[in-house]
Design a protein around this ligand. Structure first.
Ligand code: GSH
Length: 231
């Protein structure tokens, strides 16, 4: 059984989608970002970086429980464990891994900062808005070119690269973008959203808090305030 430490956010949705796609036995353990539970000692013992998602694989097919943090590493772990959603041949495998890393190191952080400066920063800083907006649009353009090329999924067949990228494209409106400007991304997005396992993955944790929850003072303090500094 896989335990997924969870609040509904782009990075945790990736993992819920994989678990549903693969039909793995799992349960969600709520981590309230508003209450700052990602900074609690019990949680940072699992992930010293104090971020969700984290999984614990409780077996029974592992000698002892396996803990993994970082959503990209979790997707790779689950793909290795099941032999699914990553091709076995070297070319296909690294086509998938390179796009997974592109999402982890590029699209996720840049879109995250873009959303921050557009929606949450107490001051509207034109330089930051311009810098991250431009970079996010550039990355959407890169994805558009790739999806026009493959005319299918990001790395050819449906894979963990798509599962990593899709929840971030879900945030396009908050990024100030429209998919009408990216027709191949729009086609791919609709195709993935229609998958029953993706629907189930997105519905996981129905009653739990979501990243789209209102930005209360407590949430702002937990996400951007003093707990983020070295303790
Ligand atoms: N690179 C990490 C990023 C994880 C991350 O930033 N998680 C957010 C939710 S999507 C979080 O835990 N935020 C809590 C905080 O900023 O204190 C991953 O992909 O797992």
């Amino acid at each position: 059984m896989i335990e997924l430490f969870y609040e509904s956010t782009p990075n945790t949705r990736k993992v819920a989608i994989f678990l549903e796609e693969a039909g793995l036995d799992y349960r969600l353990t709520s981590v309230s970002l508003e209450r700052g539970e990602q900074h609690h000692e019990a949680f940072t013992a699992l992930n010293p970086n104090g971020r969700i998602p984290v999984i614990i694989d409780h077996g029974p097919d592992t000698a002892s429980p396996v803990t993994v943090f970082e959503s990209g590493a979790i997707l790779l772990y689950l793909a290795e464990k099941t032999g699914r959603f990553i091709p076995a041949d070297m070319n296909g495998r690294f086509a998938t891994i390179q796009w997974l890393f592109w999402q982890m190191a590029g699209l996720g952080p840049m879109a995250g900062q873009n959303g921050h400066f557009l929606l949450y920063a107490p001051e509207k800083l034109p330089y930051a808005i311009d810098r991250y907006g431009r970079e996010t649009r550039r990355l959407y353009g890169v994805l558009e070119t790739q999806l026009q090329r493959t005319a299918a999924f990001i790395a050819g067949e449906y894979s963990i690269a798509d599962m990593a990228t899709f929840p971030w494209i879900m945030t396009h409106k908050a990024q100030g973008l429209t998919l009408d400007d990216y027709p191949a991304v729009k086609r791919w997005f609709a195709e993935i959203r229609a998958r029953p396992a993706v629907q189930r993955g997105l519905a996981a944790g129905g009653g739990m808090p979501r990243s789209s929850a209102p930005m209360t003072d407590a949430r702002r303090a937990s996400l951007f305030g003093a707990p983020q500094e070295p303790q």
